[in-house]
Design a protein around this ligand. Structure first.
Ligand SMILES: C[S@@+](CC[C@H](N)C(=O)[O-])C[C@H]1O[C@@H](n2cnc3c(N)ncnc32)[C@H](O)[C@@H]1O
Length: 476
């Protein structure tokens, strides 16, 4: 059950958290926030600025805290051991929070885990989170055609796989079996919520790394922040007024959640878009040619999901897609794959480009292609593929109308942010298409492109026919 924010000062006193001339109260349209109780100033050019909040290092939830907790809770230790390769700092923290959620649950049938300041602190955190993994199905229709559509679906699938792996690993540990199988005290919905809490509240501390820090996580974001967080010589996490900043009584204290994130990243991680602090960029998934016989080998060798990055940099559109270069070359251009036998009997996929082994240089394939005598021809293929992909995404974005905002299953904030994302991405995709068309037209006039295709054929690039000429083993 949720606790009223008025109880936070008592929790803070019990746990040695000091608020100095600041308090946590409601922030208009942003949940809770941290507000100054009196006017404060930090001189320019000094790091000796007013400390607004001090949190003992032991309260920060990170790898050190998890190590400490495993000494107290042997069932937790067993589960972490059983999870083996599925572990990460994030999953460890989420599992710790899952125990604390179970402890606080009215459905709890037996004592699980060990009580911790976080058991109670979790009850101050918002019930409703606005990150898209928490959106209703109707709300998620707002993302159709945006760069977040595939990303959110993929995230939900990966959370599902993660939760199933945890359930499997836990089946032989009595207390976890009860929690996740018998009584189902905590469910997949809890896992989604904890992941959303983690994503929107986790900080990167200078020394302790990825951490969730109680009370510091009550501070909202601004493009013109008045404060920043740090770790002091006693390893406490502190909130400090920025040098040169003044803040009046009643004014909200803010930090920056980052100034290089796109609108989609802000919405994905924090559930809001602040147009003043986002960079104009997007990432689109790129699908390999369905009938390229080398497609599987290319995907395996590339080792990451194929994407296109588009960004506006000082008003100029820039794009980048390393996979598109690999996608657009084939055997007759000099691309080759060989499966080699290791000395220990294992098999290894090696990639060759014009007889050089480039397996370890897949990330610089763009540069490799540029060394080819027909580099402009390949560049033209790449530009054509990227242009088609961006155009397809734009067509989809424009053809999918946002759902009716009056539906009760659509929260106002989700609608506002979904529509804003659609506007930002539509504008960027349209400008990217203009830029790519100009680039294509200029490449079509390049001397060796004209010589390669013949003046009449340059407009008829038939990439599919070219790929179909590849013959290769199945590397799946
Ligand atoms: C670290 S928490 C900050 C405390 C939070 N407001 C609360 O009530 O617990 C981050 C969340 O606060 C909200 N938030 C922070 N800055 C915001 C802003 N500038 N505009 C809208 N919402 C904001 C978002 O919901 C975000 O996911």
């Amino acid at each position: 059950m949720a606790l009223p924010i008025e109880d936070l000062p008592t929790w803070a006193r019990f746990n040695d958290v000091s608020f100095t001339n600041v308090e946590v109260t409601k922030s208009q349209g942003r949940g809770y926030g941290v507000f100054a109780q009196k006017e404060m100033t930090a001189a320019e050019g000094t790091l000796d600025t007013p400390v607004l909040l001090t949190v003992p290092s032991g309260l920060a939830l990170n790898t050190t805290a998890i190590d400490e907790y495993t000494k107290e809770d042997k069932n937790f230790r067993q589960l972490l051991d059983a999870l083996g390769q599925h572990r990460s700092t994030r999953t460890d923290i989420l599992l710790f929070l899952l125990i604390q959620t179970a402890r606080a649950s009215s459905k709890s049938h037996s004592a699980v885990g060990v009580s911790n300041p976080w058991t109670e602190y979790l009850r101050f955190l918002p019930e409703i989170l606005l990150v898209p993994t928490e959106w209703t199905e109707d709300e998620r229709l707002l993302l159709r055609g945006t760069s977040l559509e595939a990303a959110v679906n993929a995230k939900i699938s990966s959370l599902d796989a993660e939760f199933e792996a945890i359930r499997e690993a836990s089946s032989d540990i009595f207390c976890w079996h009860q929690l996740l199988w018998e009584h189902r005290t905590v469910s997949f919905q809890d896992w989604i919520r904890l992941d959303a809490l983690y994503r929107s509240r986790c900080l990167e501390l200078p020394r302790s790394g990825e951490s969730m820090v109680p009370c510091i996580d009550m501070i909202n974001h601004s493009a013109t922040p008045s404060a920043y967080y740090d770790e002091n010589s006693k390893d406490e996490v502190v909130l400090l007024l920025r040098p040169g900043q003044s803040i009046s009584g009643g004014q909200e204290v803010t930090i920056s959640y980052g100034d290089s994130k796109s609108a989609a990243e802000m919405l994905f991680s924090y559930g809001f878009i602040d147009p003043d602090s986002t960079v104009d960029s997007l990432v689109l998934p790129l699908v390999p040619f369905p009938d390229d016989p080398l497609a599987k080998a290319k995907l395996v060798a590339f080792g990451e999901a194929p994407k296109i990055h588009v960004a506006r940099d000082n008003g100029i559109i820039r794009w980048d897609s390393r996979f598109a270069y690999l996608m657009c070359v084939n055997e007759e251009d000099g691309l080759g794959f060989r499966v080699l036998q290791d000395t220990d009997g294992g098999r290894q996929l090696r990639v060759f480009w014009r007889d050089d082994d480039v397996t370890d240089r897949m990330t610089s394939f763009t540069q490799l292609v540029k060394t080819h005598p027909l580099a402009e021809v390949m560049q033209l293929r790449v530009v054509t593929v990227v242009l088609e992909c961006v155009q397809e995404h734009l067509d989809r974005l424009e053809s999918c109308q946002p759902p009716d905002p009056t539906l009760s299953s659509i929260k106002d904030d989700c609608f506002k942010n979904g529509v804003l994302l659609r506007q930002i991405e539509t504008r960027l995709m349209k400008d990217a298409i203009d830029a790519l068309e100009k680039e294509r037209d200029s490449l079509m006039e390049a001397e060796n492109v004209v010589a390669y295709f013949g003046p009449m054929e340059t407009a008829e690039l038939d990439l599919v026919d070219e790929e179909a000429s590849n013959e290769v083993d199945d590397f799946s």
